[in-house]
Design a protein around this ligand. Structure first.
Ligand code: ZN
Length: 200
């Protein structure tokens, strides 16, 4: 098929199509939009990408993404160093922070154990978590992992490994979402909510 654009624009479309949520069609629309908004959007975007390339790094302590390492969360003196919230991905850390859900520190695993996808313990930052769990300042490890088979497998694996550390291991509650209606919940969620009922 003959291309209607030069190789440079084709390349831009191909790269955009690799972004999550964008297929070839939406990548073409995004590319066209960027080209039309060259001054207002494409130039600032290119600048922001260059800054990201130059400055953004992974926090050596927790695995968060920031412009410095240790990151802003790890160096915030107002946070509670006795609690470490374990998440699979940076997106989960950001979600918990948006919710203001915890004042503790974090540990990003870099994924969850998944034998089917070939993800083993060596692919995650589990060793670093085990050594952080033995830090005498730490009293609680919160496993904020997905309520999926892989997430729960990972939670069990970690719990076994840090069994000898002097910490309380907790996990997020499973149950009725805020604003949720019982009639719409799946049976697994509903029975978990009933098992984990709390005193009113
Ligand atoms: Zn950090």
């Amino acid at each position: 098929m003959a291309s209607v654009t030069g190789p440079e624009i084709d390349r831009l479309i191909q790269l955009l199509a690799r972004l999550p949520g964008l297929g070839p069609r939406s990548a073409r629309r995004a590319a066209l939009h960027l080209i039309k908004k060259r001054e207002a959007l494409m130039t600032p975007l290119a600048g922001a990408l260059q800054v990201a390339i130059d400055k953004i790094r992974v926090c050596e302590t927790c695995g968060n993404i920031d412009t410095r390492s240790p990151c802003t969360v790890c160096t915030d003196a107002r946070r509670d160093p006795s609690i470490i919230v374990v998440v699979a991905d940076v997106a989960d850390l950001w979600a918990l922070e948006r919710a203001g859900a915890s004042s503790g520190l974090y540990h990003v695993l870099g994924g969850t154990l998944s034998p089917l996808d070939g993800v083993g313990p060596q692919d995650l930052t589990i060793d670093a978590l085990v050594s952080r769990a033995h830090d005498p300042r730490v009293t609680e490890i919160v496993l904020a992992l997905n309520a999926t088979v892989d997430g729960q497998t990972t939670a069990h694996y970690i719990t076994d490994l840090i069994g000898d550390a002097n910490v309380r291991v907790t996990r997020l509650a499973h149950g009725v979402p805020v604003g949720g209606e019982l009639d719409y919940l799946d049976e697994g969620t509903l029975s978990a909510a009933m098992r984990q009922r709390t005193l009113f």
